[in-house]
Design a binder for this molecule. Sequence first.
Ligand SMILES: Cc1cc2nc3c(=O)[nH]c(=O)nc-3n(C[C@H](O)[C@H](O)[C@H](O)COP(=O)(O)OP(=O)(O)OC[C@H]3O[C@@H](n4cnc5c(N)ncnc54)[C@H](O)[C@@H]3O)c2cc1C
Length: 455
Amino acid sequence: MATAEGAAKHGLDEMFDPTFFLDEEQLALRAQLIEICETKIRPLADQNDRTSTFPRKSLEALGPFLGLLLPKEWGGLGQSHRMLVATTETIARYGDASCAMCYTMHIGAVEAMRLTANEHQIEKYLKRIVPDRLIGTLSYSDPETGSHFWYPMASGATKADGGYMVTKKASWTTSGGFADFYVFQTTSPDFKEYSDLTVWVCDAKDAEAKPGEWDALGLRGNQSGSLLIDNKFMANEQMCGSVGDGAWSNDEGVDPFFLISSSACWNGISLGTIDIAIRHTTRKTHKDVGLRVCDYPTIQDAVGEAIIDTNAVRLMNYSLAKAMDDVTDNGQKVIAPGEYGRGSYLHWLWQLKFAAAKNVAHVVDKMLHCCGGSAFKREPLQLERYLRDGKAAWVMGPTNEVLRQFVGKTALLGIESLDYWNQVVNQRAIDNELKKLDAEGKRALAARLLAEAEA
Ligand SMILES: Cc1cc2nc3c(=O)[nH]c(=O)nc-3n(C[C@H](O)[C@H](O)[C@H](O)COP(=O)(O)OP(=O)(O)OC[C@H]3O[C@@H](n4cnc5c(N)ncnc54)[C@H](O)[C@@H]3O)c2cc1C
């Protein structure tokens, strides 16, 4: 039970953690991870942030957690989506949010590859993740389509002897220039429409990054600069799955893992600032009135609301992870291309990411207000780093603007109206615009369309 001494020492009491989602083994793993975070990861967080240093040491300190869902015989922990939520949340809360985001992209890359892994990929990458501390990442966002990362216009692949010549231009890639392998998406060879996508894996040597260009408001260690894979040869076994598997891989692998784990990162940041605010406000006294900051009802209200809102999103996060566990044999079932397990929860996962990102932006501000000017300074609280890190949530694709539109449109107009790849004709819009044309305008348009149709 929560005590005043505990609050001043640790922050938010464990009674506010939804530990009922985790079994004994998972609780023990979580305790082990908190220890790793407190002794090895958090001590590096401030310096990594100041110097934009990629958190390699912190990621390596995660050891078997790097293969969280991988089978135990490959050095992994054979764990579930629920444990993924607990892991990322813990790293962001007790360790370093930059490390938690690199971890999210790493797990996304590992699991996207694992969906369809061939022998080469199992031996070269998956079995070496834990013993060799290999770090992977996802390179999807395209400079020409911004946060519409499922639309890689500046990419392509053509058939070559024994493989393919592949080009990928990525505007953002977490761990760019520091990862050991990159899972990335391009249009398929001979594609006819942009929904025809293919996924690949390549080594660091094939990817040109510019780490020096990363200078951002927050998540400064995550090094999400641009990346170029410049017409490189990819052997057949570097393809993840088959030609054209990309859209399915997004729905069943990349998106579910990114959305569930990044939401846990945002919740971890929210919790980290609540911890700091509880510790600070229970220790600091105003001698004139003889009250601690936590004795003011306004502070109690703000902390209470932050806990309630954050825990509402955490329950959503763990519930969706459990739903995904239930359809994948706790994360271990191999889902065949074209089939959906995790992917059937995508519309729930959009709601989750929106809620977690909206909440963290609010909570970090409110906890700053609770701690006052002391939190505005870097030291000693380090709350301002959490605040800056938390601001990445809203703008990371799928952005919150896009997500609320996805959900509203799906509810109002049906799922086909989302039109990811700009293929569905909006007849209402066309008819409305045509009404504005006079006879002359209609004739001119008709002539242009006929000429285009002929061509
Ligand atoms: C810290 C960080 C790490 C990242 N790591 C990775 C990574 O590892 N791999 C990767 O592939 N990408 C990564 N990204 C990229 C990310 O997913 C987005 O692609 C990127 O943030 C988009 O930025 P942009 O300036 O191009 O936004 P834009 O897409 O240009 O958006 C600008 C504005 O337009 C709005 N907007 C866009 N589309 C619509 C729409 N249809 N309707 C309404 N509003 C819309 C947006 O919400 C936003 O407000 C990362 C981003 C960040 C911030």
